[in-house]
Design a protein around this ligand. Structure first.
Ligand SMILES: Cc1cc2nc3c(=O)[nH]c(=O)nc-3n(C[C@H](O)[C@H](O)[C@H](O)COP(=O)(O)O)c2cc1C
Length: 665
């Protein structure tokens, strides 16, 4: 197996070909110091047999913003801009080395647009990207574009060099210079013709635009010595067409120039933090391994090792890419959040035990939607003091997770489910091609039911009397939730519930009205299939996907405007979008039309012809199926509610609430 082969990069010998991709969401203490939680977080990956553990971007320069402002921006960075940070990195390196793995530290060159100081004036107003506005609308803030002075450049080079030297002193095995993701980093902003409009020696032609990076590498080399690996993360395609960095620029100019400057390997990413985030926060709509062709192209023009990355959730795919010579090392980012033991289980030939990432961008490390253990203070998973008979009612995600954890602790678990299949609402959503990755968690938990000997009984709509007959010690009620149906839609035969529509796509007619913003992905998928889809939102644009994570919402908004993108990727070629009507009040449903009033305006009404209406209710418009609870409390010693049954929320809350109960009983 190629994945298990060691690889030597200068003085660093990595024991296998699996790396942790840099993720900013790493835990850290106050003021950016590495704390016990940071060590635990990274060490879990080394324990899980990841050969190269890379940190997310650390602060090589003293932050210009306070810790409070950083956390407002969504992260608490780790610093390396002072010698006081060295002991923390030494502890981290020791922890990683204990498992025979290597530690790398990613550092950015300051000056990125996102960092608040761009290399040049802002892009021209006519180049304002339609999605930029959406990004700012969702993020709720606008980043300033400021000119970087020559003093700033010199300071940045000095800071990055000093931080690299500190990393070496601390026992870190390599450094990774972050020069990717367009406006996210100074390294990339300087190289990119899209951002860099300078007229001095750091702007203009390629040589000038690369100067900041090349000078930084020369200085770092002097500081860390010849045998110390300096890797560089490049943006092989900025996804802005010819106005940004193209793959041709990368293979013809950038890679040879950086090789000449003395780097020791390339980590190949893509995209732009503000305009095309397909390399950074990749939504689940994109195929697995979507930009490995970029690593493959870089490999053709260099003899240095190349790291490939991007939506790689399974190691069969990673192994295939290595065998095909597309990369020398494969990074997993979000997958190692979902399951830090991914390589270990794979090497032990237990792939069915790997909990795959679902790609919903719900935390990605701090926390993670499907991995309860990754958070700061999880309840430990320990054997039960006294094995009990546990009955879980409901075989959705929450019920199965509770059954899994309880069975792992030694309880005797029975799980009943009303439907003929397991997975509940999440399994239904996974039938939509856009959200098919949800199927990963359903598949994992279903497999674990069998492996852990949970007694699963489907097609069982269990009643209290039957529960009494079974005499369990504990009942965990996980019967999910149901959408409340607005008065106006009651008794209308053509109204389908979202779950029902997902399960029976053939029953959906050509003209579809999706009523409710929870259904935005469904509406997009139906439009992509060629249906005439109209999405009715009761609120404004901000209400779209308002129950979802910021990154997922941002992708939804972008998908609805994708046609205007100046990007040149096949994935961007979308043909149809649903029509979205905002501020809608449904006034009447006739056998052929949905009659609506728009924006509360008496004169602004529309009649929308339909074949099918799909009711897709937000969390707040669903009701817990907990009617058994009170009765069970009278007949069973311990009764708990979890998942939607406790409070209607998302997958993460379902998984977490299941653990909080199943780890305590
Ligand atoms: C939450 C999050 C934080 C990230 N932070 C960084 C970062 O600090 N530096 C970086 O180069 N890339 C960052 N990335 C991009 C990842 O390194 C990686 O390229 C991306 O997640 C794709 O890999 P994956 O599909 O295996 O997760 C981040 C991605 C996510 C989702």
């Amino acid at each position: 197996m190629k994945l298990m082969e060691p690889i030597q990069i200068k003085g660093m010998r990595i024991k296998n070909r699996v790396g942790l991709a840099p993720l900013l969401n790493m835990p850290a203490g106050e003021d950016g110091f590495i704390n016990d939680q940071t060590i635990r977080w990274f060490e879990a990956r080394a324990e899980g047999q990841t050969g190269l553990v890379m940190t997310g971007t650390i602060g090589a320069s003293r932050p210009r913003i306070t810790v409070q402002q950083q956390s407002l921006l969504g992260f608490r960075g780790i610093g390396l801009y002072d010698d006081r940070f060295i002991p923390g990195f030494s502890r981290l390196a020791e922890a990683i080395h204990r498992h025979g793995s290597c530690l790398g530290v990613q550092m950015g060159i300051i000056g990125g647009v996102m960092g608040g100081r761009g290399p040049s004036p802002p892009p021209y107003p006519d180049e304002r990207h339609p999605t930029e506005d959406l990004f700012y609308a969702v993020a709720g803030r606008r980043m300033p574009h400021l000119e970087v002075t020559i003093e700033d450049i010199e300071q940045s080079q000095g800071d990055t060099t000093a931080a690299a030297a500190r990393a070496r002193t601390a026992g870190v095995d390599c450094v990774l210079l972050h020069c990717s993701h367009g406006g996210a980093t100074g390294g990339c902003s300087f190289i990119s013709p899209f951002y860099n409009r300078r007229t001095d020696r750091y702007g203009g032609n390629w040589e000038n635009r690369l100067r900041h990076l090349v000078e930084t590498i020369h200085k770092m080399r002097k500081a860390v010595g010849d045998d110390y690996p300096i890797l560089v993360r490049i943006c092989a395609d900025q996804l802005l067409g010819k106005r940004g960095i193209t793959l041709e620029d990368t293979t013809r100019i950038i890679v040879p120039a950086l090789e000449e400057a003395g780097v020791d390997g390339f980590d190949v990413s893509q995209g732009d933090m503000i305009r095309a985030t397909e390399g950074i926060t990749i939504p689940m709509y994109y195929p697995r391994g979507l930009f490995i062709h970029l690593a493959a192209a870089v490999k053709k023009v260099t003899r240095l090792p190349v790291i490939g990355v991007g939506n790689i959730f399974d190691l069969d795919m990673a192994e295939r890419f290595l065998q095909q010579g597309k990369a020398d090392i494969i990074y997993l980012g979000r997958q190692l959040c979902a399951d830090p033991e991914t390589p270990k289980k794979y090497f032990q030939r237990r792939p069915e035990d790997i909990r795959k990432c679902i790609g919903d961008l719900g935390g990605c490390g701090n926390p993670c939607t499907v991995n309860y253990d990754i958070q700061e203070n999880p309840i430990p998973l320990v054997p039960a003091e006294k094995p009990k008979r546990v009955l879980v009612i409901g075989g959705g995600i929450a019920g199965m997770e509770a059954a899994r954890v309880a069975a792992m602790r030694g309880h005797r678990v029975t799980l009943t489910e009303k439907q003929p299949h397991l997975g509940g609402m999440v399994a239904a959503l996974a039938l939509n091609p856009l959200t098919a990755e949800f199927g990963n968690i359903v598949e994992y938990l279903t497999t674990q039911m069998g492996k852990l000997g949970v007694d699963v009984r489907v097609c069982r709509d269990i009643k209290a009397a039957e529960v009494a007959g079974m005499a369990p010690d504990v009942v965990i009620l996980a019967a999910g939730s149901s959408a409340t149906v607005p008065e106006i839609a009651r008794d209308k035969v053509d109204v389908m519930m979202h779950e029902e529509a997902s399960r029976h796509p053939k029953a959906i007619g050509q003209r579809v009205v999706v009523w409710g913003v929870f259904g935005v992905e469904l509406a997009i998928a139906l439009a992509e299939q060629g249906k005439e889809a109209v999405l009715l939102a009761r609120g404004g644009e901000g209400s779209l996907g308002s129950d979802l994570s910021m990154a997922r919402r941002w992708w939804l908004l972008r998908k609805l405007t994708d046609l205007n993108l100046p990007r040149e990727t096949p994935q961007a070629a979308r043909v149809r979008n649903p029509e979205v009507l905002y501020d809608v009040e449904v006034e009447e449903i006739t056998p052929d039309e949905v009659r609506v009033k728009l924006a509360g305006d008496e004169r602004n009404r529309r009649a929308i012809p339909y074949d099918t209406i799909i009711l897709s209710r937000r969390f707040g418009e669903r009701r817990a199926n907990d009617h058994l609870f009170a009765e069970l409390e009278r007949i069973v010693p311990e009764v708990y509610k979890i998942g939607d049954c406790a409070q209607v929320r998302g997958i993460q809350e379902a998984i977490f609430s299941a653990n909080e109960v199943a780890r305590r009983i």
